[in-house]
Every structure is written in C-alpha cells, then in structure tokens.
Write a protein that binds this ligand. Structure first.
Ligand code: MSP
Length: 524
C-alpha cells in the first residue's frame, strides 16, 4: 500500500484581485505545515490554485477590456510570483480553467447525476456576485436607500426570477451531516466554527443550485451542455484535481492523499467547506477530510482588511521593511491561528525587536563572535561536564513542538523554540564566558560555548518552517549543510551532535534592530 501522504490545501483564490496579506496569511500558514511535515519525514501534498470561473471574474475581465481567459492568464504571474517571493513550497497549483479540472468537475457531477442527487428547477432568489453566494430574501439586509444588500459584503444583490438551474439535494444531508459532526468533534476547528456550523445546519438546509444557465464562463455540465457549473461546484473540486483525481496516471497518488489532513480556509467560507463540501463528498461516496480549519481575519483598526475597503497591505510592503522571515514569523507567532488578529506596525516592530533582533539574532552573533575569538571559529572540544540547563529543555522540546504543529498551533510552536533561545541568552549572562576566558584552563569555557552552539543548531531547526531564510544561513554557518534536506527533525534535534572542530562561519546580523520612527509605511 502506498505510504500515507500528509495532504492539505489553501483556498483556491479568486483572480479578481492580486494576492494581499489576507490571502498570503493562509498560504504562509500552509507552507509552515508543509516545511515542518517534510522535516518530520512525511511525504507532503500541498495544493493551492486560482479560482477563475464565475460571474465575478467574468465581470472583472470585462471591466478591464479583456476576455475572461486573457484576464486569468494575466493574473497567473501575480500569484505564482507572490508565492515564490514568500518561499511557498506548494506541490500543485491548480487553475480551474485547466483541462484536468474540467475532467474532475465533469466526472464528479456526472456521478452525482447518475446517482440521482440532482434535479432541474427554476431558481427564485437572490445572488451576490462578489461573494458568489445565493441568498434567500430572509438572509438579506437593506441599505439606506432600501436596496437589498449582501449580509457579508454589503453590496447590492441581484434578483433571479426563475433562471433554470440544476439543484443538488443538499437538504437530504441535514441529519447525516449533524450525525457526522457529532461523531467527529475535530472535523471543524476551532470549536467556535464547529458550533457555528452545527447551529446553521440545525436551522435546516435548502437544496443548492449547482449550475448557471445565463452565462457561460464555467465548466459545461456533461449531462446538460447549456449549463455551466456554479463557481463553488467547480472550485471545491480543485482540491481533488491537485492530488490527481480523474487522472488515470495519478491514481496511486490520489489514494495516498485522500482523505486529506486539512483544508485551511478563512472563517467567511466555512459553510461552503463544512456543509456543502462534506455533503458533496457523502453523495459521491468519498471519505471526509480529517479537519477543516477556519482561521480568523487579519484586521486593521478592527475592520477586515480587503482590497475593496482600500486597507489592504501588500506582502511586499512588509517584506521591504522587515524581511521575509520576520514577516512570516510575526503572523504565525503573534496572531493565534483560528482567532482574529489586529495587526499594527507598532506591534510588528515590537515583536521583531524583542524576539528576533534581541533574542534569536543577538544570540547567534554573540555566540559566533565568541567562538571566533576564543576558539578560532571552531566548535570547541567539550567534556560535557558542568551545568547545562538547556539539555533538559531540549529533551522535552520535540514533543511539545510537534504537538503544537500537528494542531496548527503556530503560536505555541514558535514560543517553544523562542523560549530555548531566551534560556541560552540567560545562560550567556550567567556563565560569563568573557571571564572564563581569562583562566588558563579552558575546559569550562569550551563546555559553555559548546552548549550555546549546540542550542543554536537546534533552535535553527525548529525555526526553519517559519523562517526558512535565516535557518538556512545559521545551519550553513554551523557547517551542517542544507536545513531543507533534514527529514528527521526528531533525531536531528537530539542533544550533542555538533562535532568538535567543526568550522563556524560568521554571518551578518540576522535581524538588525529597527526603530519604529524609521519604518516608513503605514497601516491605516
Ligand atoms: N475562491 C474562493 C475559495 C474557493 S476554495 C474552493 C475564495 N477566494 S478568495 O480569494 O476570496 O479568498 C480566499 C481566502 O482569503 C479566504 O479564506 C478568506 O477568508 C481569506 N481572506 C481574505 N481576506 C482576509 C483577511 N483580511 N484576513 C485573513 N484572511 C482573509 O473565497
């Protein structure tokens, strides 16, 4: 049997706008999982992509005087380049306009049609193009002009008076879904989203329109060519396309990847993922993913950050000031994954200086300098005697860190690694190597410096999923090779592997201190 792959996804992003901090957030989180699980010996499948069909993208293309396909093609570099800049190590990038996606969509819905889960009807109701969501009148709000608007984004909604659609019998799944949630309390996380979904489903489910017949920017349904798949009935299937569904050459891969470990999504798209998607999978006879994790929003001054609100900060704005690693580290450590997080420049500078400049970066430069000065830049030959307060922390660290990473508690994982760095910094103060250096006998000095260098090696491994650039530098400075090639972090982080005599190469300061008033961009 094929080895089980650790598989997960980001949402498949709409291409009406370029990636911003919000979309980059899920993608970075997913990348930290990918990097860690590879270091942990797992085969990884990490699927992302572009959601290109539907009315919203078609309208955006028209507004830019392009055909929908031209528009989508023009957006591909924006996504691919951004993920490259952020060092995202996805394994598949699915564009929903690809032929292989069309195969998935057609195979899936043909199957549900054959099984009797679909029927044709007339859609009477409302639609929000921006959210690509159907609404009943009772869901809507009215703006000050008395116009019905979308409860999610506040934009006017369109009324549909009898568009011919194909419907999926979602209402038949209410009890099955509730039963599944009850038996799998970890299926939807964090708990707040679980509760939200359960109460929504208890309120009753309506059948879902899965096709559109008034425009043609989508995948044609094989059993009724005048209809294209509703954009969500298309995009969700990209998760399967990315691991080889409907591809005879990738059957083994598909079987080793499905069911996936995680779908990482924002809390605004939880119903699609926790209600519609599981019902689709039940109808198709496919097992459920292990967990749908709905993270919170990044907020600026209490408001969801978005392009249309004009308060979207672009990743490059932050990278230019803080560097990539500090950017990744800040969002993963300071915003608890699952909760909303207010972001501010002040806080970013604070975390950068405290955790990275003063703690982790400072530790490396002090210890490398002392090694240079006292031992000609080589790992000293230590006899392992004397106090070593770090050893006990290191012995328990893998378990603590691994549990946090499995649960996608990035705050917990980064904290565990940082605490070790803090402890080593204290140890430098306590052991005063500059005084030990005055003595004839260098045994104690050799021991303390060895302990510091060995701790640095271990910290660089644990920081690597979050800060791939600096961990690579530190690991190379310690002549340990490429940190990205580590595939057994548990044994690699066991104490005492640094060999005496190993050359320590000096590095520039990893995180030069920042002064808030010198940082020149603002998040309003
Ligand atoms: N195309 C759909 C997803 C289909 S998945 C089968 C979609 N795309 S999106 O581009 O609009 O949004 C992608 C994700 O970005 C969502 O998970 C959303 O929650 C997230 N974010 C957008 N703005 C955000 C913040 N300000 N903060 C955090 N995440 C946010 O929805």
């Amino acid at each position: 049997m094929a080895k089980e792959t650790y598989a997960f996804t980001t949402p498949i992003y709409y291409v009406n706008a370029k990636p911003h901090l919000g979309t980059a957030y899920t993608t970075i989180a997913s990348d930290c999982v990918a990097r860690y699980q590879r270091m942990n010996g797992r085969e990884v499948a990490f699927v992302t992509g572009m959601d290109e069909h539907g009315q919203k993208v078609a309208d955006t293309a028209a507004a830019n005087n392009m055909s929908p396909q031209e528009w989508c093609d023009s957006m591909e570099p924006a996504f691919r380049d951004e993920w490259k800049n952020l060092k995202i190590t996805y394994t598949d990038f699915v564009r929903t306009t690809e032929k292989r996606q069309e195969r998935s969509v057609q195979k899936f819905w043909q199957d549900l049609y054959d099984k009797g889960y679909l029927y044709k009807g007339a859609y009477e109701g409302w639609y929000c193009v921006h959210e690509e969501t159907y609404y009943a009148e009772s869901d809507l709000e009215k703006n000050e002009d008395g116009v019905y608007v979308c409860p999610e984004c506040g934009r006017p909604v369109q009324e549909s008076t009898g568009e011919e659609n194909w419907f999926f019998k979602l209402s038949e799944f209410q009890d099955k879904l509730l039963d599944y949630y009850e038996k799998h309390p970890d299926f939807i996380r964090p708990e707040i989203r679980y509760n939200e979904v359960v109460s929504f489903v208890k309120g009753g489910l309506k059948d879902l329109s899965i096709s559109r017949s008034t425009f043609d920017w989508g995948v044609p349904l094989p059993f009724d060519e005048g209809h294209v798949a509703y954009v969500w009935a298309d995009a969700l299937l990209a998760y399967l396309t990315g691991i080889g569904y409907a591809d005879p050459d990738r059957e083994e891969e598909f079987n080793s990847c499905w069911p996936m470990q995680y779908h990482f999504v924002g809390k605004d798209i939880i119903r699609f993922h926790c209600v519609i998607w599981p019902a689709m999978l039940m109808a198709a006879g496919l097992p459920q993913p292990k967990c749908i994790f709905g993270h919170g929003f990044l907020l600026t001054k209490g408001e969801k950050m978005s392009k249309s609100k004009g308060n979207a900060v672009m990743p490059k704005d932050i990278i230019n000031v803080f560097g990539l690693d500090a950017y990744r580290y800040y969002f993963m450590s300071d915003v608890q994954f699952g909760a909303d997080g207010s972001i501010s420049l002040e806080r970013m500078v604070q975390v950068y200086n405290a955790d990275l400049a003063n703690t982790w970066g400072n530790l490396c430069s002090r210890v490398f300098n002392m090694t240079n000065k006292y031992f000609e830049g080589k790992v000293p030959d230590a006899d392992g005697k004397g106090d070593n307060p770090m050893k006990e922390i290191v012995d328990g660290l893998y378990k603590k860190y691994d549990e946090a990473m499995e649960a996608v508690d990035f705050t917990g994982a980064t904290k565990a690694a940082l605490e070790l760095a803090e402890r080593v910094n204290h140890y430098v103060e306590e052991s005063e190597p500059w005084n030990l250096a005055k003595s004839e006998d260098k045994t104690e000095l050799a021991n303390v410096l060895y302990n510091m260098l060995e701790s640095i090696r271990i910290i660089s491994l644990y920081m690597a999923p979050f800060m791939p650039v600096t961990s690579k530098l530190v690991y190379e400075a310690l002549s340990q090779g490429d940190v990205e090639e580590v595939t057994d972090i548990k044994s690699a982080t066991a104490w005492g592997q640094l060999k005496p005599g190993t050359e320590i190469k000096m590095t520039d300061a990893l995180f030069p201190r920042l002064k808030e008033d010198e940082v020149d961009f603002s998040i309003e």
